[in-house]
Design a protein around this ligand. Structure first.
Ligand code: GLU
Length: 491
């Protein structure tokens, strides 16, 4: 039995998006499920499309979700280098080997000739293909071009007849007539390989047993198989995973919402939630189990249960997963995750975060249920921090049907009652405030609202007694007194 080996082979033409991540994940899970290896290879031969920072982003995003590789550009390995731009001579040598063995040929056609050919074909209403002009060149003609140093590309000789049949692991048999295929370019005139050549040569040299990639590559596969045959190599098993559609149809794109892994991370999605959600885009275990950890995915994932039909990306579903994972977090773990967001939100300064550890750990149980994204933390907690606390709407201190005097009475009496509280705990606070309501003879909801606005600055906050406990007696009394002054000054 040959050890399974898969790869993820992105081109650094942009930041990693959710579709690429899903492809990487399927390849990774399949390898790990079969005790195999998974490698990362960067297909950067098209230097014109290279995007600064994309490589770093790909690596960071894969690591964030929990994918690791046995060989790759950052860690090396026995089949390196893993950046195709550093493997130019390998591809060149292979292209020349094919010319020598008669499976490929040099094409000296100029851009002018190719342009004119395309125009002519367009006019005739035929799909533009290379007319194989140079495939028939005589030895003398080739020599003549070579003597003049005419630029050339190397093209693959596609068999004129017959068909290519391959068994896609997910989709079954796919048949392509050779007559529909073009003599593709393998090596460009600048000596750089095309995707087809570099991809096939590397998959072979790196020992890839299973190619798992997006379905947009299906048309390339028959060409790749012809290349494998030309080299005399055994092709790997091909599996093409379905596209990801947006709800309501159409390929998922940025007009539907965030699509880059980095953006999900910045918004405060948990990696476990994204991992779980993404794997279920096109795969399922039994149509009912929804929650999977990485360990469980490795245990269960197989390509047999990958759908042929497109997967539909639902932001609501992803939000649901995020909520579930946030609610399942231990306070300490959530603390580690939230601190960067509190710093980024300007609530805490990096250097003071350690000092606030105990305090933030007390706040977390109060907001855990209400966090949809980690980035919500600032909006839910700012009033716990004196530097940020303020009462935005002063009038919210006076409830409907209350007079200014009522509000002042509430605030004054609350201060008085709280001052005598020795155990500033929810149970005792509740008793004391219930007594207060009796004394005041006002509706509890309205009394509590005035207190809430006074100590949190807002009408919506976590439970009043719990919030008071976290804020502490001194701070609560100080805020109530300040609120009273504010009410007195309201015209
Ligand atoms: N470099 C290709 C891409 O960017 C790889 C396709 C494949 O996996 O063969 O998706």
């Amino acid at each position: 039995m040959v050890k399974v080996k898969t790869r993820f082979a992105p081109s650094p033409t942009g930041f990693l998006h959710i579709g690429g991540l899903r492809t990487a994940l399927f390849a990774f899970l399949f390898a790990r499920h079969n005790n195999g290896d998974f490698i990362l290879r960067i297909e950067d031969t098209d230097q014109t499309r290279f995007v600064e920072g994309a490589l770093e982003d790909i690596i960071e995003s894969l690591k964030w979700i929990g994918i690791s590789w046995n060989e790759g550009p950052d860690i090396g390995g026995p089949h390196g280098p893993y950046l195709q731009s550093e493997r130019k001579t390998i591809y060149k040598d292979h292209a020349y080997d094919l010319v020598k063995s008669g499976h490929a040929y040099k094409c000296f056609c100029t851009q002018n000739r190719l342009g004119a050919l395309r125009e002519e074909q367009k006019k005739k209403g035929i799909y533009p293909v290379y007319d194989r002009h140079c495939r028939q060149l005589s030895q003398e003609e080739i020599l003549r071009h070579e003597k003049k140093d005419d630029p050339f590309v190397i093209r693959l000789k596609i068999p004129e007849e017959g068909e290519i049949i391959f068994e896609d692991y997910i989709r079954g048999k796919i048949i392509t007539a050779n007559s529909t295929l073009d003599d593709i370019i393998l090596l460009k005139s600048d000596g750089f390989p095309t995707y087809h050549l570099a991809n096939v040569v590397d998959d072979h040299l790196m020992g890839i047993t299973h190619v798992i990639r997006g379905e947009e590559w299906i048309p390339s596969t028959p060409r790749h198989i012809i290349l494998y045959n030309a080299f005399g190599w055994k092709p790997p098993v091909f599996s093409h995973v379905p596209v990801i559609l947006a709800q309501g149809g159409g390929k998922l794109s940025k007009r539907h919402g965030v699509t880059m892994v980095k953006q999900f991370r910045q918004k405060g999605f948990l990696n476990e939630a994204v991992l779980n959600f993404i794997t279920l885009l096109g795969w399922s275990l039994d149509d009912k189990t929804e929650l999977f950890s990485m360990k469980e995915l490795i245990e269960h994932f197989d390509l047999d249960r990958v759908n042929k039909a497109p997967a539909v990306f639902s932001y609501e579903k992803l939000n649901w997963f995020n909520g579930v994972y946030i609610r399942n977090k231990k306070y300490n773990d959530l603390y580690d995750l939230l601190i960067p967001f509190l710093i980024q939100g300007g609530i805490l300064k990096e250097e003071e975060s350690a000092r606030y550890q105990e305090y933030v750990l007390k706040i977390i149980p109060l907001i855990q249920e209400r966090l949809k994204y980690l980035s919500d933390v600032s909006d839910l907690t700012w009033f716990f921090f004196d530097d940020h606390f303020c009462i935005k709407d002063r009038h919210a201190l006076i409830q409907k049907k209350h007079t200014k005097k009522d509000a002042i009475r509430i605030l004054e009496n609350t201060v008085e009652k709280l001052q005598s509280v020795t155990h500033f705990q929810t149970g005792e606070l509740e008793n004391v405030l219930r007594d207060l309501i009796k004394d005041l003879g006002l509706k509890p909801g309205s009394v509590f609202m005035t207190i809430r606005v006074a100590i949190t600055g807002t009408k919506v906050s976590p439970g009043l007694f719990e919030t008071m406990c976290v804020l502490g007696k001194d701070r609560v009394i100080k805020r109530l007194k300040e609120a009273k002054e504010i009410v007195i000054n309201i015209e």
